[in-house]
Design a protein around this ligand. Structure first.
Ligand code: FMN
Length: 217
């Protein structure tokens, strides 16, 4: 599969098989990720590869728990009581993300500040560093797709940050922008789920010709 097809066919995968990943394939993927552009060649990033079975199990629990908190706080409760809504969120996360228990590998994309910009440009440096780790993770997502491996950019660990940091023994200054499970999908999702496909904006409305406010003809 070439790069264009891998970009087109990449999908967020949330159901995984237990099939293990060959060490060589994993190394290949990690090296491709770290070939991404990095502002000022700062390489303000690290990847934590979690394969230890106990750590993987704990991480899956953290992500599912964080997912429940995300659904509880972001999805409307409708006419449910707070307790009913919390129970719904917890059941939904368990059902939607249950196969995360089977995933053979997790990869955490971390931002590691190198502090090379002057102090009054610290915000720009952080923007550059977050952008760079995002590029590395996108490399990984696309390369994984080409190799038949599934991923999904995930931030549910933000909702259980202390546990996540303790599990991976992370220093305070390291930021935790994005993680992903990595594994062979049960099956590849065909296109977006209908509810998401419906809200995909036509690409031309997101592109402006020459200046803001001039949608692509
Ligand atoms: C910054 C970012 C954070 C995301 N966080 C999550 C997440 O925590 N959990 C999840 O299941 N999907 C997450 N996603 C995946 C999006 O829901 C998904 O990319 C989007 O619905 C489009 O689907 P696609 O990836 O199949 O094209 C995230 C995506 C991005 C870019």
């Amino acid at each position: 599969m070439d790069a264009l097809e891998a970009i087109r066919k990449r999908r967020s995968v949330r159901r995984y098989s237990e099939r293990p990943i060959d060490d060589k394939d994993l190394d290949k993927l990690l090296r491709l990720a770290l070939l991404a552009p990095t502002g000022g060649m700062a390489q303000a990033w690290s990847l934590v590869v979690v394969r230890d079975p106990e750590k993987r199990a704990a991480l899956a629990e953290i992500v599912i728990k964080g997912g429940a908190e995300y659904f509880r706080t972001v999805r409307p409760a409708g006419d449910k009581t707070p307790e009913e809504h919390a129970q719904w969120a917890s059941d939904y996360a368990a059902q939607m993300l249950g196969s995360y228990h089977d995933v053979p590998v997790w990869i955490a994309g971390l931002m590691v500040p190198r502090n090379v910009f002057p102090a009054d440009q610290a915000k720009w440096e952080r923007d550059a560093d977050i952008t760079s780790i995002a590029f590395a993770m996108e490399n990984l997502f696309v390369a994984a797709r080409a190799m038949g491996l599934g991923t999904v950019p995930t931030v549910f660990h933000w909702y259980a940050e202390d546990e996540f940091r303790a599990l991976l023994n992370l220093p305070d200054e390291v930021e935790i922008p994005i993680i992903t499970p990595l594994g062979y999908p049960d099956e590849w999702p065909e296109g977006l789920p209908p509810a998401l496909a419906k809200i995909r904006r036509p690409w031309r409305t997101l592109v402006h010709d020459d200046e803001w406010g001039s949608p692509r003809a």
